[in-house]
Design a protein around this ligand. Sequence first.
Ligand code: EPU
Length: 343
Amino acid sequence: MSHASLAPELVADYSLRTHNTFGFDVRARHAMKIDSVEAAVAIAADRRIANMAQLVLGGGSNIVLTRDFDGVALVVGIAGKRVIGEDDDAWLVEAGAGENWHDFVAWTLAQGMPGLENLALIPGTVGAAPIQNIGAYGLEMGERFERLGAVELATGERVEFDRAACALGYRDSFFKRAGRGRFMITSVVFRLPKAWTPRAEYADVARALEGAAKCDAQAIFDAVVAVRRAKLPDWTVLGNAGSFFKNPVVSAQAFDALRAREPGVVSYPQADGRVKLAAGWLIDRCGWKGRGIGGAAVHDRQALVLVNRGGATGAQVLELAGAIRRDVLARFDVELEMEPVCL
Ligand code: EPU
């Protein structure tokens, strides 16, 4: 995503269309690119914006913008990638929050420091990755996370968050809960183990690897890119925010009842005895694939992804999401939880 049009100074009446991967043309009363930690610290003392509502935006790949924003959009553009240290077991690498996630993953491989390859091609920025603890194809970012640097917007104070403080969960963290809207993440440090082992159990990835000469990190990276390109829409062509719902986790009892009625239900047993269901399967089974409301539609190759076929608004996407939730609840007695954040 190009932020070239937005400068590190305050501008008025700014379209966020190129700053959200659904491509919704909502406007912010003000906007400013934040390109350094110092600029992030300075927000609290900037009398022009300190009392405005503030919206921190990375790549805008996990947000539904439903209306114009009467405040200041702070677009994180903090750059930089470096190896900051190592111990016997791992390398520590750090990236500025504004770095493109996929480019950062490719860079770590080029440094000979694998470990993030399963997360190739996920849209968005490095700084947004911990907020929803991005995950795909058998790996969650949290497994490679060391710490992050942030600035508290109201005070300008620099704060460091270790793993525990981030409270990372499945597509979840402190920054989606109690910390929501309070901090700007400025940098993230990852711990990449020197003893690399492939994560290639995920069926689609294993299949894509079949032709590869060897199963190294680059081969997994390539396989993940191929699988994602085959299944998931490219937001630059068809606006979307990835999975629109989390895969719901139900009790063993509820699962048994469901399976009795729906023997084909796709499920993943959890360590605590509960069972995770594939929301995409539930939505697909309700007949939603390829259907929509106005320009908002369910992707025709992955029912968990809602897309902007052109001209959709955030409100239409939410309306569609509501209809899907009602159907899934009525048919399977399962509540779907939305995955992106909503303005
Ligand atoms: N399925 C269907 N119909 C569909 C979609 C899926 O029957 O329309 C079935 C598939 O056949 C499969 C199962 O549901 O048996 C799961 O589908 P898939 O492997 O595509 O993964 P997912 O559970 O839908 C999750 C993540 C994705 C991640 C993939 C791969 C969540 C909410 N989503 O999707 O993450 O890329 O696994 O690991 O956990 C994202 O978070 O934005 C995202 C794209």
